[in-house]
Design a protein around this ligand. Structure first.
Ligand code: SF4
Ligand code: SF4
Length: 172
C-alpha cells in the first residue's frame, strides 16, 4: 500500500455489492415526518472521528469500495503505475465493477487505521454516510450508521441542502 496520508475521516466507507442497495431488508420506518418531509429535514449531526471502522467489512453493507475509472486512474498516477497495473494489484472485479481489494477485513488502502489515499479516495468514501440507502429513514441510519460509527449524531450539523447535495452525487 502507499504511504503517507491523512486520516480516514468524513467520507470513508465501504458499501454493499452494487454500491446502492440494501435489498433484502424489511421496509424501513421513520422515512418521513408527519408532514411528509424527510426525517433529516432539520439536518443531521455528523463529525468523523477518523476511527476507520467504515473502512472495514463489519457485515452486511460494508464489503466493497467502488470507484470510477477516473478515480482509479488518479490513484494509479499518484502511485506511479499504470491503470491496468493498479487494477491488477489493488482491485478485484465484483459483479462487473472494480472494487478495491482487502487485507483481512479492511480496505487495502487502510494503513494503521488511516486512509493512505485520503485526498484521492473515491466518491463512495467522500460522501459516506450520506448515501441514499443509508438516509432513507431514521431507522436505517440508526441501524446501518449510528450502530458502529462514533461520528453519527455528533458534532457538525449538516443541513438539509447539504445532505440533498451529497445524495444527489449518488443520484439519490
Ligand atoms: S479508500 Fe480509504 S476511505 Fe475508502 S474505504 Fe479504503 S481506506 Fe477507507
Ligand atoms: S466509522 Fe464514522 S467516525 Fe469512523 S472513520 Fe468512518 S465515518 Fe469516520
Amino acid at each position: 500500500m502507499s504511504a503517507g496520508a491523512e486520516p480516514a475521516r468524513d467520507g470513508a466507507g465501504r458499501s454493499s455489492r452494487g454500491g446502492a442497495s440494501s435489498g433484502g431488508r424489511p421496509p424501513a420506518t421513520g422515512a418521513t415526518s408527519p408532514d411528509g418531509a424527510p426525517w433529516y429535514v432539520d439536518g443531521v449531526r455528523f463529525e468523523c472521528t477518523a476511527c476507520g471502522k467504515c473502512c472495514v467489512n463489519h457485515g452486511d453493507g460494508f464489503e466493497y469500495v467502488f470507484s470510477t475509472r477516473a478515480e482509479r486512474k488518479a490513484i494509479a498516477e499518484h502511485l506511479g503505475i499504470s491503470l491496468r497495473a493498479f487494477e491488477a494489484r489493488y482491485c478485484e472485479k465484483v459483479a462487473g465493477q472494480w472494487s478495491f481489494g482487502s487485507e483481512g477485513d479492511a480496505c487495502i488502502f487502510l494503513e494503521d487505521g488511516k486512509c493512505s489515499i485520503y485526498a484521492l479516495r473515491p466518491k463512495q468514501c467522500r460522501t459516506f454516510p450520506f448515501w441514499p440507502e443509508l438516509m432513507d429513514s431514521r431507522d436505517t441510519w440508526d441501524r446501518d450508521v449510528a450502530s458502529f460509527c462514533p461520528g453519527a449524531d455528533q458534532g457538525t450539523l449538516h443541513d438539509f441542502a447539504e445532505i440533498r447535495k451529497r445524495l444527489a452525487e449518488h443520484g439519490g
